[in-house]
Design a protein. Structure first.
Length: 524
């Protein structure tokens, strides 16, 4: 499919004119005063998620041009190509079909009808593996001898399951402890193992490739610990979640749950990599998680662009990055349970869209992914919100709030009311500002934010929230014309680390730059 580069489209030129004419001096308070319908026009209902976009530096005219940009860049065709199973990950010649993992078996009959001919075989494999994985999850949940589950994985094989297990802690109906070990720093594994007994522990070795240094090093050490502690039965106490079943078997693991090369690591929590989530919330809960994400996919696939939440968010990201020049976005979940969401989204956004070349490898003359960062509220307020309110850079903030508290102390002691008051107040303060002649107490205001609201934090709403974020990253990546599904940028450091590891052992500094050689000498 021949696509126009975004900055060569008529819409891009029109957006530049629009930005110069009104966009760069956009006045949020003025916009609300001028348009009583602003909240309604810039809010959007999507499955399980309500979004208020009205406190963003955008109006009807600029959003209409952004929608033109999407059409002129072929966003709809590109989206449809993904859902049809085409090889859109061109640098790896792979399809991108994580959406298939959440086309829930609950709706299997309907799903089979919908599933395009070309991907029916994959869909069938998905269902079989999902059933097997959920049966195993239930078996482990019922096994009272297993009290501790240790997930060993890194990147997408850690961040997603860890984030979701924490987020859905209220839905964990069996008393099991979950631990996540990712860092090759041995202190992490040692710290977790300290309190464990081999006969009560299940290790999940989570690695798409089953070659990642950190994971393999931790997995070997875990096995050594298990054997040294008198543990018996690797088959019962180790399972592998991987596309490389042969390597897992070679490691000595016979319980394996596979997935496929068309699932990117950062999109893999819907696959076997999600096993810790299923063990925490049960098979039915995991199916609800998938169904929530599927509902968001259907919204993304079918809603008109103008009322399509992932599209509106992705286009806003382009507007802020390429026209306003904002180089970062802060994510502030006002929910302690969502405390790992910023780390999870960091990988999703920055590993997907942190690219400087187009699909054919040509350098792009415009910026792509912003830096994504954040902490849960209200903690962030007492750390870096100072800069958000009064710093020299404008950082769009994305708030995530949950209407109904699910856990005990909130209502009893008014915690939840305070939490919600704070999230609303921060969004309001960023927009309103406050004038003070003295300077130090002056708040410029007019600082943009988006407000995402979940009725309740449930498996379904979490699934929808994550699928929303995946699809919005797809949208901005599609506009920029980059391949959001490879990650070559992580390879060089991995290769050099292997070389340096050998040099640390041998002391050979031949050919090294003076800084690396000097540091290496000090480290030996
Ligand atoms: O180094 C980056 C990366 O490839 C991520 O994309 C991936 O999520 C992570 O490493 C872990 O890879 P694996 O699951 O193959 O161990």
């Amino acid at each position: 499919m021949k696509r126009l580069r975004c900055d060569q489209t008529p819409a891009w030129a029109a957006l530049q004119i629009c930005f110069e004419a009104s966009g760069k001096n956009f006045d949020l308070k003025g916009a609300f005063a001028a348009d009583p319908q602003r909240f309604a026009s810039f809010s959007q209902d999507a499955p399980h998620v309500f979004a208020d976009l009205s406190k963003n530096l955008i109006d009807g005219a600029s959003e209409a041009l952004l929608l033109d940009l999407a059409r002129q860049c072929g966003l709809e065709q590109y989206r449809d190509a993904m859902f049809a199973g085409e090889l859109i990950n061109r640098t790896e010649q792979r399809a991108v079909m994580h959406f298939l993992l959440r086309n829930p078996p609950l709706a299997r009959a309907e799903g089979e009808k919908e599933t395009k001919k070309g991907i029916a075989a994959e869909a069938a494999q998905v269902y079989v593996t999902l059933d097997a994985m959920l049966a195993y999850a239930e078996q482990v949940r019922a096994d009272d001898a297993i009290t501790d589950v240790v997930n060993i994985g890194i990147g997408g094989s850690d961040l997603g399951p860890q984030m979701a297990v924490l987020a859905l802690g209220e839905f964990a109906t069996r008393a099991k402890r979950f631990h996540f070990v990712s860092n090759v720093d041995g202190n992490e594994l040692a710290g977790v193992l300290k309190g464990l007994k081999p006969q009560n522990t299940l290790f999940l070795i989570a690695s798409k490739t089953f070659t990642t240094t950190e994971t393999m090093t931790n997995a070997h050490s875990a096995r050594r610990w298990f054997e040294a502690q008198g543990g018996e039965g690797i088959a019962r106490h180790f399972a592998a979640l991987t596309t490389n079943v042969a390597a897992a078997n070679e490691f000595g693991i016979t319980t394996t749950f596979g997935f496929w090369d068309w699932v990117g690591g950062r999109y893999s929590l819907w696959s076997a990599i999600g096993l810790p989530i299923a063990m925490a919330i049960g098979a039915a809960g995991f199916r609800e998680f998938l169904a929530g994400a599927h509902a968001m996919d259907e919204h993304f696939r079918t809603a008109q662009l103008a009322h399509n939440l992932p599209v509106r968010l992705g286009l806003l990201d382009v507007w802020y990055r390429n026209f306003h020049g904002f180089s970062s976005r802060s994510i502030a979940p006002y929910s302690s349970a969502l405390r790992r969401l910023p780390a999870y989204l960091q990988q999703l956004e920055m590993e997907s869209n942190g690219k400087r070349v187009d699909m054919s490898g040509k350098a792009l003359p415009f910026d792509t992914a912003p830096v994504l960062w954040g902490e849960p509220g209200t903690n962030g307020q007492h750390a870096y919100f100072q800069m958000l309110h009064q710093g020299t850079s404008v950082v769009p903030v994305e708030f995530v709030a949950v209407k109904q508290a699910t856990c005990w102390p909130h209502d009893l002691l008014g915690h939840h009311g305070k939490l919600l008051a704070n999230v609303l107040a921060q969004a309001q303060a960023l927009m309103r500002g406050k004038q003070d002649a003295g300077g130090h107490r002056d708040f410029p205001g007019n600082r943009p934010s988006t407000f995402l609201l979940l009725e309740q934090l449930t498996p379904a709403s979490l699934g929808a929230l994550i699928a929303l974020q995946e699809n919005r990253v797809f949208v901005s990546g599609a506009i920029w014309g980059i391949n959001s599904f490879d990650q070559w940028g992580v390879e060089l450091g991995k290769v050099l680390a292997k070389d340096i590891e050998a040099r640390l052992a041998s002391g050979n500094i031949d050919g090294l730059d003076a800084s690396t050689a000097g540091l290496l000498a000090r480290l030996r």
